[in-house]
Write a protein that binds this ligand. Structure first.
Ligand SMILES: *Cc1c(COP(=O)(O)O)cnc(C)c1O
Length: 400
């Protein structure tokens, strides 16, 4: 018989009842070091007192009023995001896919309002992930996600990730913009070359296209800067965010420059929940932590420490690990073809470490931004033992 909870996930047989910082405890009392952060979402760890307090206090005052009225908490959150980024204006929603939908609508609207409704197509990249709505599975382009769901939504052209010639070849009279993750997350933790991001900015300027960044996974400090595109020294026209910005509370956002944002007039787009007082209180509390002086420097420091460990780990286990890649606290261990990333993930669980599988046989490591160097070292020890578990026995003997 079908479970009451629809079986659309492949869930590990672990149920957590509480968390503190980077640690979570199962209902049967086992403790795990959470280096997945619920898929890069619990950005400031579990049970962060400041976030807990902000949510509890706001819940007691008023949770929801709808966007028929002013929401001071959302106005404040938007103003703070504007002050801290390239953006002039921010729209709130509830998830990454929703943020991307809003972003794509804004890009199309921009061209329509500028007299070019025929410019609606976005250039996307092979290996991308933009979410699970009907339009976003088309933007993702992965045949596996599209299968069985009818004709893909029109308007997304895919080219190889990092290939500038292919981008130029794909530009036509209907092209509206380019949609890219600065680091492909689900697709296998593949960072775009910073040069490539700069070139995309230039080609968008050359052809009057909008550069739309999906920073749902890479944003909110995960790369060691607030937004990953800052490493490339470029600014997008528009950007989506979610995952880390609510610290575990569902919150998405579209951040845009004025020339794009100004076309989303009343009636063009909206959400019932988007940026309600409770969600905005959570977003403000996360920002308080992430924008506190020195916080991102500390993320960068602990990330560099962790990276040294990952490079050493890859060298020590060449039969298991092909390479470590990513940026900041979004790290992918690309495994040898003989080793399956699901098995590796299970080996990590056996050692007490939570990680997330990603495409291209990659094990994804995305700890909360608040981890200490000692916790990074503990995770590296667990990974080391997990690698040993997966090393063929003859090789294990030789490596001892
Ligand atoms: C997770 C993710 C999404 C989808 O976010 P949801 O909240 O699951 O809708 C979109 N883009 C990227 C890059 C993501 O990592």
């Amino acid at each position: 018989m079908i479970p009451a909870l629809m079986p659309n996930y492949n869930r590990a047989d672990l149920a957590f009842e509480r968390g503190e910082g980077a640690w979570v405890w199962t209902t049967d009392g086992r403790r795990f070091l959470d280096f997945g952060s619920g898929i890069a979402t619990s950005s400031i760890g579990h049970g962060h007192p400041h976030l807990v307090k902000a949510i509890a206090e706001q819940a007691a005052k008023v949770m929801h009023v709808s966007n028929l009225y002013r929401v001071p908490q959302a106005e404040q959150l938007a103003a703070r995001h504007v002050a801290a980024s390239f953006a002039d204006s921010v729209l709130f929603c509830n998830s990454g896919a929703e943020a991307n939908e809003g972003m794509v609508k804004a890009v199309r609207k921009y061209h329509a309002e500028n007299g070019h409704p025929e410019r609606y197509r976005l250039i996307c990249f092979e290996g991308a992930f933009h979410g699970r709505t009907l339009a976003m599975i088309a933007a993702t382009g992965n045949a596996k996600y599209l299968e069985g769901f009818g004709p893909p939504v029109d308007g997304f052209d895919h080219v190889p990730f990092g290939n500038m010639n292919a981008v130029r070849d794909a530009i036509g009279p209907q092209t509206a913009g380019v949609l890219i993750e600065p680091i492909q997350g689900e697709g296998g933790v593949r960072p775009a070359d910073l040069r490539f991001l700069k070139d995309l900015r230039a080609v968008c300027d050359e052809f009057g296209l909008l550069l739309a960044l999906d920073e749902v996974q890479t944003g909110m400090g995960r790369s060691g800067k607030l937004w990953a595109h800052e490493w490339a020294g470029i600014e997008p026209d528009i950007m989506s965010a979610a995952k880390g910005i609510g610290g575990g509370f569902p919150l998405g956002a579209v951040l845009a420059k004025e020339h794009v944002a100004k076309h989303l007039k009343p009636g063009t787009h909206g959400h019932t929940y988007g940026g309600n007082p409770l969600a905005a209180a959570a977003g403000n509390a996360v920002l308080d932590v992430v924008l506190a002086p020195g916080f991102l420097d500390k993320v960068d420091r602990v990330a560099r420490h962790l990276w040294r460990g990952f490079v050493a780990l890859a060298q020590k286990h060449p039969l298991v690990v092909e390479e470590a890649r990513g940026a900041g606290l979004l790290i992918g261990l690309k495994l040898r073809p003989e080793v399956n990333n699901g098995e590796m993930q299970s080996a990590c669980v056996a050692e007490g470490l939570l990680t997330v599988a990603a495409g291209m046989n990659v094990l994804r490591v995305a700890p909360p931004l608040i981890i200490t160097e000692a916790e990074a070292d503990q995770a590296l020890d667990m990974l080391d033992r997990a690698c040993l578990r997966l090393t063929p026995s003859q090789a294990k003997a030789a490596a001892k």
